[in-house]
Write a protein that binds this ligand. Structure first.
Ligand SMILES: [Mn+2]
Length: 414
């Protein structure tokens, strides 16, 4: 059956190129008929090829129990896409567990999960180790394994990687059975919406789970495109399709989630500490609790709105009390089209001893994490704690300013 359907797809895709109308191609085998809406012919073509391949892979894994692994700090794009994937996979009798190892720390993400009943769980690497034998395969959505602590466990257990769908720059040497990485697309939600349109799953307005999932996708799409400000044609077309199912009241409730006082305090510190050089705004915010880590990108979002600023970088030392670990965490936001956050961060901070970069990015946004190693951990002495921050603060500024102000050698090592 499968080979037949692939053949028919292959032959029909040739027809597609001639007459530009591909609605009839590989529909027989898919769970639902395509509904392309306004999607362009080239958009359809990429999606059709990917969806035919994905359909095959899912057929091959029929009946699997599968893990969907998210980055340690999942955002709305990741959460909504993982949910969509889970619903798609259910049609192939694949049961998915969506897991992340870090923290849901942005107030909107917490609201999204609570209000939609989004099926996501927090698993530590230890929990994953204990349960991994129950699973036959895994998938990465909106990440490529480089931003989750769970990757090591999956690799040690040799769990087959079935799928990787993402819009960050390619960054790994894993070889999933199915890969769809499109850095030019603004949100993974756009890619998954195209899968829905291609017929992998037909959302039904009388199914409340579908409505909630579509609303989550709309939120993911909006939040990765700065409320559609940076959206491109494909993203708008995806949003147009989702609008048929979007629950505006629910989306509004998610967006109404308010910031905690501690997040406000970090934003205040970033304002107070920022330095402005060549249209860059750079701010160190000192120590933060693990739970408040998401205040860093929120502060960067805020600083980039200042007049004459095109790029903001905010960083701080995040203290994980459970593990007594410390790590420097930073976020970059830019509105400058010619600045590639991925390149900028890799260039600024370089690689660790294993050759891994400290961070990277996608269009308009990036992040980094620098482990503090031997210097990590709480110290009773306030002086020591202050000096430690100053050393890291100085070093990070020095590395950033080398790129911001190349000729001016602003920071001299005294
Ligand atoms: Mn994303």
């Amino acid at each position: 059956m499968q080979t037949n359907s692939l053949k028919s797809f292959d032959s029909l895709s040739i027809v597609t190129e001639k007459n530009g109308d591909s609605t009839e191609s590989f529909t027989e085998d898919l769970p639902a008929k395509p509904d392309w809406g306004l999607l362009s012919v080239s958009g359809r073509r990429i999606t059709e090829q990917k969806v035919a391949a994905l359909h095959q892979v899912l057929e091959r894994h029929r009946g699997d129990r599968q893990l969907v692994l998210l980055q340690d700090f999942p955002d709305p794009d990741a959460l909504s896409c993982a949910w969509t994937y889970k619903l798609i996979a259910e049609q192939y009798d694949i049961r998915c567990e969506i897991v992340y190892a870090g923290m849901l720390s942005h107030q909107e993400n917490i609201a999204l999960v609570k209000l939609t009943g989004l099926p996501v769980q927090r698993w530590t690497p230890q929990m994953l180790r204990e349960k991994i034998a129950l699973y036959q395969s895994c998938a990465f959505v909106d990440n490529q394994g480089t931003t989750t602590q769970l990757l090591d466990v999956v690799q040690q257990a040799n769990l087959p990687i079935v799928l990787m769908v993402d819009h960050h720059s390619p960054q790994c040497d894993l070889h999933p059975e199915f890969t769809d990485i499109r850095p030019q697309v603004r949100a993974t939600a756009t890619i998954f919406t195209q899968y829905l349109q291609a017929g992998l799953l037909r959302f039904d307005t009388s199914n409340s789970e579908h409505l909630k999932c579509a609303t989550a996708l709309m939120h993911g799409l909006r939040s990765d495109t700065n409320r559609l400000m940076q959206a491109q044609e494909e993203d708008f077309l995806a949003a147009a399709y989702l609008s048929r199912f979007n629950d505006a009241q629910l989306l509004n409730a998610v967006l109404q989630a308010s910031r905690s006082k501690r997040v406000m305090d970090v934003i205040e510190r970033s304002l107070r500490n920022r330095i402005l050089r060549n249209n860059f705004s750079i701010a160190g915010v000192g120590y933060l609790r693990y739970d408040d880590r998401d205040a860093i990108p929120q502060a960067a979002d805020f600083l980039v709105t200042e007049e004459n600023v095109h790029t903001a970088v905010v960083y701080g030392i995040v203290h994980d009390e459970d593990e007594d670990l410390e790590v420097v965490v930073g976020s970059l936001r830019t509105s400058k089209l010619t600045l590639d956050p991925d390149e900028f961060i890799k260039e600024a901070f370089g690689q660790d001893a294993q050759g891994r970069f400290f961070g990277g990015g996608r269009s308009m946004a990036g992040g980094f994490e620098i482990p503090m190693g031997f210097l990590s951990g709480f110290n009773e002495s306030a002086d020591y704690t202050r000096i430690k921050w100053e050393v890291f603060d100085f070093q990070i500024k020095q590395k950033l300013l080398r790129l911001v102000n190349p000729e001016d050698g602003l920071m001299h090592t005294a």
